[in-house]
Design a protein around this ligand. Sequence first.
Ligand SMILES: [Zn+2]
Length: 327
Amino acid sequence: MKNFRRFALRSYVFLLWITGQLHRAKKRLNSSNAVLVLMLHRVLDKELAELTCSQPDIVLLRSTFERMVRYMVSEFEIVDLRIAAAQPSTVATRPRLAVTFDDGWSDNYTAAFPAISGASLNCCIFICPQLVGKTLPFWPERVAAEMRAKESRIDVQRINTVIERLKVMPASEREGYLRVLPINSEGDVDTTFGWSQALEMQQAGVSFGSHTSTHQMLTRIPPVEAQREILDSRIAVQSRMGHACDLFAYPNGDVSPRVREMVKDAGYRLAFTTRPGFWTGSTNPLEIPRVNVSEDKVTGLAGHFSRAMFDYSLIWKAARNVAEHTP
Ligand SMILES: [Zn+2]
């Protein structure tokens, strides 16, 4: 069934491509002077992708990423977030993209960074200062690790269902469940990079922003805690990286008007959600949309990077979202 769906979607994408609709979406991104902000998390070698406890929707294979970088550099203008904010209506000669990574995974340094610096690509990594240089720093991987330890051939969908249920719980209730989980410190797949690696990447041109101190979903914790997560992380990133930290990404895209005000009061200039869409001159700078990039979204039937799938999953879908939200 899954294979049939995969085949059917790619056939549909082929139809959109051959009828010029994907090309028109790309032109629309260009003509509206918008920026499409990509959200990535992990870039893994194939053997590590089989070992990771991360959910598939945050994983991209290194070979796919490298091909994607080549495509982006050849077809798009890759913009720096701060420069894009200063020139929201710039008429671009090529469609504009911005590249962001969330969480600060080690593979950003070992796998993504070589391809990024090789192509002189701008990107921004959103980190959680208290979770820098850790093994299994985020609870979804700990849940997956524990479920796999109990049942080695467990279906990934069952793990996802449990994680999604835990996500919508109040944080205090979820903590009760998670407290009993062992923190397995073996293995080095699901780890975050350290401060020295962050500094090395910064020297090579990578920007850093905050993703809260400990990756809390901000609408699900008491406001005073949310305020602390937002402000303390800004101070920590600034003092560790030696640069002003004015970029923020909401964990899990969780934002409300109250949380947005807290982010503004803490001194951030730009904040990013997980809602797909284009960043235009009329976008609230504290609720900038982003599109998630994962292996399944950008690969064709043979399992390799597909330009048509990239254009469809990221640009065409975001363009439709803009259309649906335009009065
Ligand atoms: Zn995150």
